[in-house]
Design a protein around this ligand. Structure first.
Ligand code: ADP
Ligand code: MG
Length: 697
């Protein structure tokens, strides 16, 4: 898309090495630091701290321990006699004297910086030593004319090995020089109300933070930039949404004879939340616009039956339905759950997975193409390969958090106005839902089916693990099944695996053949095999890395052990815990942690003891850890923000959403003056994939 990028942005998309004084070496380091090679990446790199050098007293008034900027005259140098002695430079003003102290000094450098007789500006921490005033290694030294720039508030940036704060500041100062003035894209009323500066001024302030509240996320400059980022995010989602909705949907009649059949075949009544969600789905399916709905519900909240009832709507109208799962195991489990229900209604279905090859596959494809198969259950991958349907009316996508908006688009692009229902088992806070699924309408299953027993959750310090093991051994002897999840090692699947294998060996030594191991590197077939054995009770303990399938259902499993629970996000623990407590037996979740544990970490884990409501847990996790850490983000499919901090800017997000939706309703092609001004914004925050929707059908 870069060909359509407005020329005015070009300077921001040049590599940092185009900046004066940034060579290939620092260029590499800056790229590592900011996550990108462009000048723009550097501009988004925010200071994490500030040093206030505005205090500029006379020497006699400079208190020890405080950072001060002093205007002094260099009187005399006292070079060190021996290597381990300091080099001293005696300076004075009209109130007194101060020693500037240097260890391992380069004589030439000091003489050049501080020639005797010169008036200089030095800034650093003032100390008292043997009743004398001194400053060890001043942070800044300059000529008198540098006073303004030294006696200022200095931003301190997150760094990487090999880069100094000074080098980063210098590069950023250069980058700021190349920032173009852009036409304002904000709504003038909002900008005035919030007292926000222009974009360019905001950027300058971000890197020259005022002393008092310069790092406050709600400072007008930072808030403006955060809003810009959220607006870009919401605008892109609104464009996707508009594009999807514009394709004519279909009008379905809902709630006919098939629904009646299924409802009377179910051994339970729908919960209030299920009924509400179904009503929302019904009204979408009746409407001529396409349905784009997210069904968000905790593990065990009963999404499957809602999906089944929605699929029957399509069948009832002579169309087909599809249910796509992220993995083969899950596809098969969905098929298992749906089978009795679909049979009760006399609806035909096929299961299509990667295992179906050759003639068998051909036959299945034929049934799908002819419409003989009314419902197709399979993996996402298969649908991406382009299965031909006679008439696909509704696609249900069981997403489980592995998909971003673009993949979602790919999956649904083929259908002719096909309604889309995405199911996700991970409760995420409302604010995050908006950033990731802002293109969709949301239904929440926030109420569990009746009769579920709470899971007894306990925090176990690692040194009490042996006692826990003895308890587990007794339970296993009595036939219990146990999930054992191994530590999450940051960023490394290999290390996850090593930890899991080690645990597997230890448990196998104790429990013999009753232990199995699943991890991400097994072939699907091997994984299925272990899962099947666990499900059938041939093995009692399943050691797993976090790849453990979130939708897997083994009601006989009643113990969940999570090692190094402190390393997991609460939402992840919650998901894992949802694997147990599915049968009639009392269930346990043991959260093993290594000591010492910080107070916050303890507080976090304690929340798991207090509630099983996934939405509450997710909100708390956001509050305590921030959006970046939630769900172990990488695979979560949630967008990452550079300037917006969702814990602090949630209010802005809601405004951005409304702003974007209204805007796209009124000006879907971004042709108005404001619309034109907004185009660069999409590029600035790399949401420009959405631009394609301005032109294509
Ligand atoms: P999810 O997919 O949301 O994790 P499921 O749809 O698998 O949850 O439902 C979990 C279990 O609860 C299933 O055995 C399902 O049949 C059952 N169930 C669903 N809805 C209800 C209800 N309203 N009352 C009782 N049981 C229910
Ligand atoms: Mg399910």
């Amino acid at each position: 898309m870069s060909s359509t990028r407005p020329f005015i942005l070009d300077p921001l998309f040049r590599p940092v090495t185009a900046l004066p004084g940034v060579g290939p070496r620092n260029g590499k380091l800056l790229e590592k630091l900011t996550g990108g090679p462009k000048i723009l990446d550097l501009l988004w790199h925010r200071p994490s701290d500030i040093v206030d050098r505005r205090f500029a007293p006379k020497i006699a008034d400079a208190p020890a321990g405080r950072i001060a900027t002093l205007s002094v005259t260099v009187m005399k140098h006292f070079p060190n006699q021996r290597r381990n002695q300091p080099y001293r430079v005696w300076c004075t003003d009209d109130t007194g004297g101060i020693n500037l102290v240097f260890f391992h000094a380069h004589k030439d450098y000091i003489e050049k910086q501080l020639p005797e007789g010169a008036k200089v500006i030095v800034s650093g921490t003032v100390e008292k030593f043997n009743d004398k005033v001194q400053m060890v290694h001043p942070d800044s030294i300059g000529a008198e004319s540098d006073f303004e720039s030294i006696a200022a508030v200095e931003p301190v940036y997150p760094l990487t090995a090999g880069l100094t704060n000074k080098a980063v500041r210098k590069a950023i100062a250069g980058a700021l020089e190349s920032v173009p003035a852009l036409a304002e894209w904000l709504d003038p009323a909002l900008k005035a109300r919030e007292h926000w500066p222009d974009w360019k001024d905001a950027l300058l302030t971000l890197h020259n933070p005022p002393g008092d509240n310069g790092l406050d996320p709600l400072h007008p400059a930072r808030a403006r930039l955060a809003y810009d980022e959220l607006l870009a995010n919401q605008l892109a989602l609104s464009m996707v949404r508009h594009h999807q909705k514009r394709r004519a949907g279909r009008v379905f009649r809902t709630g006919g004879a098939l629904r009646e059949k299924l409802l009377s075949a179910l051994p339970f009544a729908l919960t209030g939340a299920q009924r509400r969600s179904l009503e929302e789905i019904d009204s979408d399916m009746q409407a001529p616009a396409r349905m784009l709905r997210l069904l968000q519900g905790d593990v065990g909240s009963g999404k499957t039956v809602v999906a089944a009832l929605a699929l029957l709507n399509a069948i009832e109208n002579g169309a087909q339905g599809a249910l796509m799962a992220p993995t083969e195991i899950l596809a098969r489990q969905h098929a298992e759950s749906l089978k009795p229900w679909l049979e009760a209604c006399g609806v035909s279905f096929v299961v299509l997975t990667g295992r179906d090859k050759g003639k068998a596959r051909e036959a299945l494809l034929q049934q799908i193409a002819s419409g003989a198969a009314q419902i197709v259950i399979g993996t996402h991958a298969l649908f991406q390969e382009g299965v031909e349907f006679a008439d696909l009316g509704l696609a249900v996508i069981d997403e489980q958090h592995r998909f971003g908006v673009h993949q979602r688009l790919m999956l649904t692009a083929k259908g002719k106005g096909t309604d889309v229902l995405v199911m996700t088992a991970t409760p995420i806070p409302r604010t995050l839902t908006m950033t990731a699924y802002g293109d969709m309408d949301v239904s929440r299953l926030d109420e569990k089916p009746p009769g579920r027993k709470p899971v007894d959750t306990r925090l176990i310090p690692a040194d009490k693990a042996e006692e826990m093991m003895q308890g587990i051994a007794r339970q296993v002897a009595a036939g219990t099944r146990v999930y054992w999840v191994c530590p999450l090692v940051e960023e490394s699947e290999m290390m996850d695996l090593a930890a899991a294998e080690e645990r597997f060996d230890i448990l196998q030594a104790r429990f013999g053949g009753k232990v199995g191991l699943v991890h991400g590197r097994l072939k699907p077939q091997e994984k299925d095999d272990v899962m099947r054995k666990f499900s059938a009770g041939e093995i009692s303990i399943l050691v797993a890395t976090t790849v453990i399938e979130v939708g897997v259902n083994v009601p006989e499993a009643t113990i969940m052990v999570i090692e190094h629970a402190e390393r997991f996000g609460l939402a992840q623990i919650h998901q894992l815990r949802g694997r147990v407590g599915r049968g009639g037996e009392k269930s346990y979740c043991f959260l093993l942690y290594s000591t010492p544990l910080s107070d916050t970490a303890k507080e976090r884990l304690s929340i798991m003891r207090e509630t099983e409501n996934g939405f509450v847990i997710a909100e708390k996790d956001l509050e305590l850890r921030g959006a970046g850490d939630i769900l172990g983000t990488k695979q979560s499919g949630l967008p990452a923000f550079r300037l917006a901090d969702l814990a602090a800017h949630a209010g802005l997000l809601a405004i951005a959403r409304d702003d974007a939706r209204l805007l796209i309703e009124k000006d879907p092609e971004l042709k108005s003056e404001r619309g034109q001004a907004l185009r660069p914004l999409l590029y600035l925050f790399e949401r420009d994939q959405a631009i394609q929707f301005l032109r294509s059908g």
